[in-house]
Design a protein around this ligand. Structure first.
Ligand code: COA
Length: 141
């Protein structure tokens, strides 16, 4: 987890600039976050970006679901589902017909419960020869 922090588990500030990243607050504290994207990048924070993050074509490409994190004290309270539902509305409004994401293994049961299908499994290289196992997940609207 430490090797993934900052690189894979980091802020993609493009989502904030695009206004497609949401937070859930309680008494002034952020307890959950997650978003969607109409850009090509599938996962990772600013540290993983190499160049321009090009815009996708809603008629041809799947939108992205990005960077869902719920504070452990608030897990299984429906916050992830609520953010995902908010993203779905925005994605449909933007004209996309499908969604793709790359989930960590901890996120996989959550997306499966939300009717995402499992795609390819692969390992993201991290520092010191470590890797992070992830799984591609997809959904048609
Ligand atoms: C994955 C995560 C975002 C889910 O958020 P959440 O607010 O806890 O999810 P919800 O409460 O909306 O869960 C909805 C449903 O998903 C399924 N689900 C969620 N977490 C699950 C888990 N750990 N194991 C099995 N099923 C799970 C359940 O069916 C759940 O419904 P239920 O609680 O009524 O059984 C959150 O647990 C998290 O931040 N995990 C660590 C970071 C991470 O893995 N992020 C995903 C990166 S791609």
């Amino acid at each position: 987890m430490e090797a993934a922090l900052g690189l894979v588990f980091g802020v993609d500030s493009q989502l904030i600039r695009d206004g497609t990243y949401f937070v859930v607050e309680r008494e002034g504290q952020i307890i959950g976050c997650g978003g969607w994207s109409n850009r090509k990048t599938l996962f990772g924070g600013d540290a993983m970006k190499t160049g321009m993050d090009i815009e996708l074509d809603p008629k041809r490409d799947p939108a992205r679901i990005r960077a869902f994190f719920v504070h452990p004290a608030w897990a299984r309270c429906g916050i992830g589902c609520a953010i995902l539902e908010r993203c779905k509305k925005a994605i449909q409004l933007a004209g996309f017909r499908s969604v793709e994401l790359v989930a960590t293994l901890t996120g996989e049961p959550f997306y499966r419960a939300c009717n995402y299908s499992q795609g390819e499994r692969f390992e993201v290289p991290l520092a010191n020869g470590l890797t992070l196992p992830v799984v591609q997940m997809v959904k048609q609207f």
